[in-house]
Design a protein around this ligand. Structure first.
Ligand code: GSH
Length: 223
């Protein structure tokens, strides 16, 4: 079985898949694409032109980070979801919820005004508080724990929250101790550290300077 993954380096969805591949120690080949200069025939591999896309045996393509991660987990024996069917369903459900927070992250990046930035940040904080409560209720595990598909989705978010923290804190240790512990542990996990090439903090700061709608970059510059 050959596995080839097509990525952009700073794509959070691609990072999710790299966390899985690293964590499961699955041999694979990475194709690092330039978002502004994709290969001309890329749509034969990824019909929508999006990444991540996993090419299997150079015969079939799997699109969408959550679908790719489910496939990789099944292929490797299923260790990244609980064995119990109900517990597995619960983690899958919250993985979808966490994935939606990545959508909020896009809005946060796009915010042009301080007001819209704060409004998206408030929405995100409410969602993070939901996760905090789930951990307190033992519905989700406290950190550290065996890596799951949910960790693969939270890892790119936590890495970004950590870089923004001094300028726009989303996880407050006093009100979200479980989330804070989860973040501190997960961003230091080798599978996560190696989910991007280079110094993530420097790369993400540059990404914000170049790609943010303005409000987030202004905060990062101003403090
Ligand atoms: N739902 C998809 C979203 C993938 C996605 O939005 N990928 C972005 C990069 S992060 C992309 O390929 N955009 C097309 C482009 O930039 O040309 C997933 O989870 O994989």
């Amino acid at each position: 079985m050959t596995l080839e993954l097509y990525i952009f380096n700073m794509c959070p969805h691609c990072q999710r898949v790299r966390v899985l591949l690293n964590s499961l120690a699955l041999p694979h080949q990475l194709h690092r694409l330039d978002p502004s200069n994709k290969p001309p025939n890329f749509t034969t591999i990824s019909p929508l032109g999006t990444v991540p896309v996993l090419r299997v045996n150079d015969q079939a393509s799997i699109l969408d980070s959550l679908a790719i991660n489910e496939y990789l987990n099944d292929y490797a024996g299923g260790s990244m979801l609980p064995a119990d069917t109900l517990a597995r369903g619960v983690v899958r459900g919250w993985t979808g919820f966490a994935s939606d927070i990545q959508g909020d992250m896009v809005k946060l990046m796009a915010a042009e005004t301080e007001q819209s930035l704060l409004s998206v940040a408030a929405t995100m904080t409410k969602k993070l508080q939901v996760l905090e409560k789930l951990i307190a209720q033992a519905i989700l595990p406290v950190a550290p724990h065996a890596l799951t598909l949910l960790d693969a989705v939270m890892a790119p978010l936590f890495l970004r929250f950590n870089v923004m923290h001094n300028h726009l804190p989303l996880i407050d240790a006093s009100t979200m101790p479980h989330m804070q512990a989860w973040q501190s542990w997960l961003i230091a996990e080798p599978a996560v550290v190696n989910s991007v090439d280079g110094d993530f903090s420097a790369l993400f700061q540059r990404f914000i300077e170049q790609r943010s709608g303005g409000a987030l970059a202004a905060r990062m510059d101003g403090e």
